[in-house]
Design a protein around this ligand. Structure first.
Ligand code: OSB
Ligand code: MG
Length: 369
């Protein structure tokens, strides 16, 4: 295939909940939706998951747009692409900017799957028809609100509860949940809020039978996480620190973690996400699929990835209505009894809700590639 035309839709959607983490509070999310048209007329969609501000990684909506417009789309000019894996080499002259690369790569994976007459999951080599999912709950203002959120999530069937923690909102948060729900599969995500000076506080979390602690230390660290993992019983899971297969190899080699959160955007696309999955499978390291509060487009890509065989831990993957009043795909993605069905054939694959997309659009721009 060749890519002939790309439309970038800049959209903003109000979240169904206030999402508070150690780095701030979110009530809405911006996205770039990438609509790519191939020379045979097939249209594919990708999603840029960067935030408006650079607190999770260094990328933002605006840096991604700049990268796409000025560097990535020009590299696709006259480029014959036989398989989306080839984009790794095509984009190699551009350092990092993984969320920008992933956005266009996802659209090209979507085109490729359609051209093969397959669902995205099939094109990736998925083996699971349904996946078990978990929910991420932000920092809550009160104990009552926290218990109510956790109780509701358990009642909805989520297979794993993840709560955000930060220094001062950690042991109390976890002990409060454990008193009421002693057996629920529970984990904590710190979004890099701690340092090794907090060792005692982090070790105290060992008493609560957590599945894992996600990204306790700095966003760019592997070494200190290895030091911490040696002194913790609870498994460390890395999120922000993992940008590539090379990062995964180093983290495993030095013992920085026992589990990896794979986010398609953070690692630069589905091709690398699958390579990380395969490597962790060979090395017996757990993986799960992380979330970036995606629209249905990004979520369908997460679901397809999550259907690969080594994704046995539930990911941060809820149904459309958990995040949005109206999603931009139809039918919306449904979660029931803690599970999401993986759309495996053309007939049941959700399509873009163009009316909803238009309703959320701030601006859009068309590029002849
Ligand atoms: O750290 O995993 C994270 C959302 C935005 C930014 C970072 C993170 C999250 C989540 C995912 O926790 C929640 C979701 O998509 O359901
Ligand atoms: Mg995280």
């Amino acid at each position: 295939m060749k890519i002939q035309k790309v439309t970038i839709h800049h959209i903003k959607m109000p979240l169904q909940f206030t999402f508070a983490t150690s780095f701030g509070v979110m009530t809405e999310k911006e996205f770039l939706i990438i609509e790519a048209t191939a020379n045979d007329g097939t249209i594919g969609y990708g999603e840029c998951v960067a935030f408006a501000a650079p607190w999770y990684t260094e990328e933002t909506i605006q840096t991604c747009w700049h990268m796409l417009e000025d560097f990535l789309l020009p590299l696709l000019q006259d480029q014959e692409i036989n398989h989306p894996d080839e984009l790794q080499a095509i984009f190699a002259p551009i350092r990092l900017n993984h969320m920008a690369k992933s956005a266009i790569e996802g659209a090209i994976w979507d085109i490729y799957a359609q051209q093969q007459g397959m669902s995205l999951a099939q094109a990736l080599g998925a083996t699971q028809n349904e996946i078990r999912v978990g929910v991420a709950i932000g920092l809550q203002p009160t104990k009552q609100a926290l218990l109510q959120q956790v109780g509701k999530a358990i009642a909805m069937g989520y297979g794993r509860i993840k709560v955000k923690i930060k220094p001062g909102h950690d042991l109390e948060v976890i002990s409060t949940i454990r008193e009421q729900f002693p057996d629920v599969p529970l984990m904590a995500d710190a979004n890099a809020a701690y340092t090794l000076d907090d060792m005692a506080r982090l070790q105290a979390l060992d008493a609560y039978n957590l599945l894992m602690i996600e990204q306790p230390l700095a966003f760019d660290d592997l070494i200190e996480h290895a030091t911490l993992q040696r002194q913790l019983q609870t498994a460390i899971c890395l999120d922000e620190s993992i940008h590539s297969l090379e990062d995964v190899k180093k983290a495993i080699q030095i013992g920085s973690c026992r589990i990896i959160n794979i986010k398609i955007g953070r690692v630069g696309g589905l091709t690398v996400a699958k390579q990380i999955h395969d490597y962790c499978r060979q090395h017996d390291v757990g993986v799960w699929c992380g979330g970036m509060l995606e629209t249905g487009i990004g979520r369908l890509h997460n679901i397809a990835l999550n259907a690969l065989p080594h994704f046995v831990l539930p990911g941060d993957l809820s149904g459309s209505h958990h995040y949005w009043q109206r999603d931009i795909v139809k039918p919306p993605i449904m979660m029931a009894h803690g599970k999401i069905q993986v759309p495996m054939d053309k007939e049941t694959y959700p399509v873009i809700d163009h009316q909803a997309l238009a309703q959320y659009t701030l601006t859009k721009k068309e590029y002849d590639v």
